[in-house]
Design a protein around this ligand. Structure first.
Ligand code: PA5
Length: 417
């Protein structure tokens, strides 16, 4: 289901890390059920979880609306957006369109989305674990206002609030105003909330099979929760540790399909916010090829050698070919009749060889197809690998003390307005 290939990476002896990795594994297994440990994401998601079932059911009911506005930022929207962008044009029957709001404070962005919504039949899912984040709070005020203007009292049924199970201003407001509430468990942080109400409601509204996502998560646990150095998530974490020790301070996540762009954003948040602390961490960046071969390709190939690459590849068969021309003006007649996906794969392989020749180390992660199941499988792999990577660096993966700094400074300025 997932293959990981280290042939263009450093030769490394994973056994050197055995003691460390297994000790961390045991610690995680012991702590995962404790409410203050933020490891809840490992066990929370099951097919019989009532809160998840409720989220999926509401999502399916909301398919009656043309658009669902997902208001949230960071972990409260990136997982959803990453799956949505991958599947929205792959679904045989797409349902509700998702629009994402509350992930910036751009007046232009807000104004243009609100304008579009005037002519759409829409509902809103506001998602904030803390219930006090500036960007979604601003967007929610604006979109709620429009919703009430358009639908009057009926607007109330078009609002779903997804927030912490016991605290926060958003929760209080939802109770006061009588909105339906879905909960995010206390011991699951934003960027680890992919397999919770946070994304399963909007993805269900969009027609993406949430139960297939859950199946993928359950299958992934069988392999990536294994107490073994052959666990691919642990092998990848060890490889990242080795790259870091060799002064590779940048990891480039690479995909060869633009629909993966937001998935790479999700990965950047997962690794960046989890690992970048105490003066440590690998800087995650992303490229979509072959597009970025024509912009960043030069730097990656011949610039400062401070990076390594993690390529995500999935087999596809879109059955798209071009025909031979009488006059072979562009010299492409030899490729006529060959599937574009095959050509794309050769581009990936050729780039890998070029990078190898330029001493740019790479790791290839392959999934066999692009389905909600396989993407969930891949995502749990990364979540487990990220956790192990952080603990190998002696970093707490689940906090984000650094984000308080800019919040404080922004607040000071806003208080003076
Ligand atoms: O991973 C995290 O915890 C953060 O990125 C949060 O998801 C993000 O800051 C949004 O927070 P909230 O859901 O509380 O509005």
């Amino acid at each position: 289901m997932l293959k990981i290939d280290f042939k263009d990476f450093y030769d490394f002896d994973k056994n050197k890390y055995e003691e460390n990795v297994l000790e961390i594994h045991d610690k995680v297994e012991t702590l995962k059920d404790q409410t203050d440990q933020f490891l809840g994401w490992m066990e929370y998601t099951t097919k019989s979880n009532n809160e998840i079932a409720k989220a999926i059911q509401i999502g399916i009911e909301f398919q009656k609306y043309e658009t669902l506005v997902v208001v949230g930022i960071g972990g409260s929207f990136l997982g959803t957006k990453s799956f949505y962008e991958i599947f929205k044009d792959r679904l045989s029957k797409p349902k509700t369109k998702l629009i994402f709001l509350g992930n910036n404070i751009s007046g232009h962005y807000l104004k243009s989305i609100l304008k579009k919504l005037e002519n759409q039949d829409f509902a809103v899912n506001i998602i904030s674990k803390s219930g006090g984040t500036l960007e979604p709070a601003i967007a929610f005020r604006l979109v709620k206002n429009l919703l009430y203007k358009k639908y009057g009292i009926e607007a109330k049924d078009r609002i779903i609030v997804t927030t912490d199970s016991s605290k926060g201003n958003l929760r209080k407001m939802a109770i006061d105003e009588g909105y339906q509430i879905l909960t995010i468990p206390e011991n699951i942080g934003g960027r680890y909330s992919l397999f919770t109400t946070v994304s399963l409601l909007p993805l269900s509204a969009a027609g993406i099979d949430a139960y297939e996502i859950i199946e993928g998560f359950i299958a992934a646990k069988k392999l990536f929760d294994k107490r073994s150095l052959d666990n691919p998530a642990y092998k990848y974490a060890i490889a990242r540790r080795i790259a870091y020790q060799k002064d590779k301070s940048i990891e480039i996540f690479t995909a060869y399909d633009p629909s993966f762009s937001d998935y790479l954003e999700w990965l950047k948040q997962l690794f960046g916010e989890s690992e970048g602390k105490e003066g440590k961490g690998i800087y995650p960046m992303s490229v979509i090829n072959t597009r970025d071969l024509h912009s960043l390709g030069q730097l990656i190939q011949e610039g400062k050698k401070d990076h390594f690459e993690t390529i995500i590849w999935a087999e596809e068969n879109n059955e798209i070919v071009f025909e031979q021309l009488d006059i072979d003006f562009d010299g492409l007649n030899d490729l006529a009749g060959i599937d574009i996906d095959v050509i794309n794969k050769k581009a990936m392989e050729g780039t890998r060889i070029a990078h190898k020749n330029g001493d740019i180390k790479n790791i290839l992660i392959e999934i066999e197809n692009i389905t909600p199941f396989s993407l969930a499988y891949l995502s749990y792999f990364f979540m487990k690998a990220c956790t192990m990577s952080c603990y190998l660096l002696k970093i707490n993966p689940f906090n984000q003390p650094g984000v308080e700094e800019y919040k404080k400074e922004i607040k000071k300025l806003l208080d003076n307005l």
